[in-house]
Write a protein that binds this ligand. Structure first.
Ligand code: NAD
Length: 541
């Protein structure tokens, strides 16, 4: 990497977050690198610096302030930031990612300190290639890009959506050890239709309506081509695009470049993995399940597609597999008699009585698994959860909508309304719940279980494309990491503190698929796991 050859000294070195160690520079380094006198005399090892970071972290009055504090640390000293995050994953992930990142995006214009990543704006059309040359690192391997139109469940946040690519890439580095200099967050600022942002004098993005139609497509095409030219080995992850663009872009680029959409495919893998693990508690096989989705958007349709593939792997025909998946959208149960369905939904429109709402749909479908991906807070009412608990001994209820404020129900509600029988997972973290003297630990269906490991595997073997088989392998590998002890406590996911090992296991499984499918572009190493492990960035000085 070209940055490795830069020999920064003195104050410049202290201002280079990738090399700065602050007070941890040794006497010898201080003398050699022109730092003597620029730091207080005491050499303070990284472990002690970490204690200082944690002390300050806990002193902050709220999570948004903690987010701002950690972002500043990342801007000063990336190794220290990543070491603190990796060693305190359960504490830090909800701050650097969902739910706090949602609030940070909403308030991005007001908490803005330093730029991070790149902003490519609609008025840069025609010169995106030249602008990408301004990025100082040549060996970028993972780009996360958003156009800010559907940030979490929060809608159009325009250029303020930058918190998402920044946060996701922090997770690639923290959870899977992708070197931070190999990551690049990008916001495509194509305008915003959010009037509140346009009225805000501090809003840093373009104050114009969103590009649409051919102009939008031409902009994206120019961007994708320029990225391929500048960073030929990159994995390009699309993130938080609105539904109508997300599916189109995925289908138009997935067989041409190395790309995926985490909202569709990453969510699918994490949800499938959670369902597989839930079946270890509720009993029965995948092919026995009737799965009802609330919300037929990117997440819901993506999950259903992967579930259908998994059901087919377990022996069902395509037809029979589709019949295991049912949807409720904002107009009720998706059934064959409806005339208002998009092509995506029609596939799941089965012959059944119509039902105008979720509760009635439950009576028609009698689901064993209920998945909330609607962004509708409170949609899993007491009546809904009780009905699921009447129908099933161990009802599987996942309220996956993010951030926490959008969850269909809370963990405590799911447990209390099902007399502690629900197998629950949330999209955002929920604290353990005491139910009749038992501590239940809700699992978090966090995409961070999947995409960092998947990305590590793809990047390590330079896979030409990202395939559904890779997501399937990732889902099964994640499920295999869930211990009986995790299940006993009620969690269908492994503890977050295990995530680097989980990511490595997923990376190896994904790389295996890349070799099996003839998509890997590096010769197969003798020991694949050791090879991938050796590529992981270790934030210890
Ligand atoms: P989306 O906008 O593509 O889809 C949301 C869908 O819900 C739309 O089709 C909408 O019509 C439907 N909907 C709205 N109101 C409804 C109602 N009252 N009843 C039924 N359906 C209704 O968004 P998405 O990408 O599918 O994301 C949906 C939610 O899932 C978001 O809150 C997002 O944060 C969350 N999500 C969670 C995870 C995760 O936990 N791992 C991953 C991805 C998305």
């Amino acid at each position: 990497m070209s940055h490795d050859h830069m020999t920064r000294r003195g104050v410049e070195l202290l201002h280079d977050p990738l090399r700065n160690k602050g007070t941890a520079f040794t006497e010898e380094e201080r003398a050699r690198l022109g730092l003597t006198g620029l730091l207080p005399p005491q050499v303070i090892p990284q472990e002690v610096q970490m204690a200082r970071v944690l002390e300050n972290f806990h002193r902050k009055p709220n999570d948004l302030e903690r987010y701002i504090f950690l972002t500043s640390l990342q801007d000063r000293n990336e190794s220290l930031f990543y070491r603190v995050v990796t060693e305190n994953m359960e504490l830090m992930m909800p701050i650097i990612y969902t739910p706090t990142v949602g609030q940070a995006c909403k308030e991005y214009a007001h908490i803005y300190r330093n730029p991070r990543g790149m902003y490519l704006a609609a008025d840069h059309r025609g010169s995106i290639g030249a602008i990408l040359d301004n990025w100082p690192y040549d060996d970028v391997r993972v780009i996360v890009v958003t156009d800010g139109e559907r940030i979490l469940g929060l809608g159009d946040l325009g250029a303020n959506g930058m918190g998402i690519p920044v946060g996701k890439l922090s997770l690639y580095s923290a959870c899977a050890g992708i070197h931070p200099a190999r990551t690049l967050p990008i916001t495509l600022d194509v305008g915003t239709n959010n009037a509140e942002l346009i009225a805000d004098p501090l809003y840093p993005g373009l104050k114009q309506p969103r590009l649409r139609g051919e102009d939008y497509d031409a902009f994206i095409d120019e961007f994708v081509e320029a990225v391929q030219r500048r960073f030929p080995r990159v994995l390009l992850q699309f993130e938080d695009f609105a539904n109508q663009n997300a599916f189109r872009l995925l289908h138009s680029y997935r067989d041409r470049i190395c790309t995926f959409n985490d909202d569709i495919q990453g969510t699918a893998a994490v949800a499938l993995s959670g369902v597989l693990s839930a079946l270890r508690i509720s009993g029965g096989t995948l092919t026995d399940q009737r799965i009802l989705f609330l919300g037929a958007g990117e997440a819901g349709l993506g999950i259903a597609e992967l579930l259908v593939a998994a059901l087919q792997m377990d022996g069902l025909s395509h037809e029979a597999a589709l019949r295991r998946c049912w949807f409720v959208d904002s107009r009720g149960l998706v059934v064959g008699s409806r005339t208002d369905l998009s092509a995506h939904k029609q596939v799941y429109a089965h012959d059944a009585a119509s039902a105008p709402n979720l509760l009635e749909a439950i009576d028609v479908v009698r689901p064993t698994v209920l998945l909330g991906v609607s962004g509708q807070p409170g949609a899993f009412t007491e009546a809904v959860v009780r009905r699921m608990a009447d129908l099933n001994d161990r009802p599987v209820v996942f309220a996956l909508s993010n951030p926490t404020s959008k969850a269909e129900c809370t963990a405590a509600q799911a447990y209390s309304w099902s007399d502690g029988r629900a197998v629950f997972a949330g999209g955002s973290p929920f604290a353990p719940v005491e139910h009749e003297g038992r501590a239940l630990v809700p699992g978090q269906g966090n995409n961070a279980y999947i995409f960092p490991g998947l990305g590590l595997g793809v990047v390590a073997v330079e896979a030409a494309h990202v395939t559904d088989e890779m997501f399937m392998a990732a889902a099964h590998t994640l499920a295999a990491q869930v211990s009986d002890q995790d299940l006993d406590s009620g969690s269908v996911y492994p503890p977050l503190r295990e995530i680097r090992n989980v990511s490595l296991a997923i990376a190896v499984a994904v790389a295996e698929v890349a070799y099996a499918q003839g998509l890997a572009r590096v010769p197969r190493p003798g020991d694949l796991a050791a090879y991938i492990r050796s590529q992981m960035f270790d934030p210890v000085y």
